[in-house]
Design a protein around this ligand. Sequence first.
Ligand code: KG4
Ligand code: ZN
Length: 330
Amino acid sequence: MTILAIETSCDETAAAVVRNGTEILSDVVASQIDIHERFGGVVPEIASRNHTAALPKVVEQALSQSRMKWKDIDIIAVTYGAGLLGALLTGVAYAKGLSYALNKPLMAVSHVRGHIAANYTAHKNLGFPYICVLASGGHSAVLKVADYDDIEALGGTSDDAAGEAFDKVARMLGLSYPGGPAIQKLAKEGTPNIVFTKRAQSRKDYDFSFSGLKTAVVNYIANAKGDINKSDVAASFQESVVFRLTDSAVRAARDFDIKRLALCGGVGANLRLREKLEEECKKYGIETYFLPLGLCTDNAVMIAAEAYFMVQKGKAFAGPDLDASANLPF
Ligand code: KG4
Ligand code: ZN
């Protein structure tokens, strides 16, 4: 089964062709980062306009790189939520047009579930159940995954998503968008010697929070009146985020006696997070599964993969009335 997928939920226009859920035939991502960088974040209307302009070329490129012809494509898949409404609509409209014109079924895919499905394209031997740490710009959660479509949220953020926190703190430090890679780079030169908030957690659940940490960084910067070591602030902030995610995820794995842990979403590209997860998991005999960086951040391969497993599980195709859903629940 060969699927062509389209992803336009935020600031990446992406298309990919994937065979049988795991064989990546093409993976095209046109990033708008350069366009949004000067605004310090994604401007929704500008994102939508650029998706509209980029979509025909990106889809054509994905098809030609895959060496497939339209007749070889069995299914069109598209992200329909969650994300920026206008941005989602460009992809949904384009996919609906393709589906209608080519007379091919259309699968509507959740972006978050796509991030999770990225795991299956990279780790052919990842068995169930596993603990999935999902950390992106819009979502952060610790999940118990018992099957492709059997996903239980054990814990999540009570406020900001991890990537959102990275982006906001980066902005405070005058770093470029997106903030995650910028903070990671600066943190390498610093020491995590600033205690922004108490790290000790005696919680029994697996929830975590980033808003208090963000406020503590704001206050620290304000009180320092310009006398700060930005690298130390970046390293200390990053260490706190990494601690929160690792603590929840590893506790969950131990409590449920699950020996596999996979990491996905844009923040999953963070090298310190990978290092810390690996270190903690090793202590308890938990195997870690990390994705190539390009499959952590937004892409269409993950959408094609999720569509494939949806078909395997007998999920219904979408009709011409498919709409985008900005707040699609998990
Ligand atoms: O999954 P993603 O590409 O888009 C969403 O679904 O939100 O995640 C984007 C987020 C951004 O907040 C970005 O700053 C963060 O992932 N990110 C990182 C790194 N690379 C991207 N955060 C920390 N370290 C990184 N290396
Ligand atoms: Zn994403």
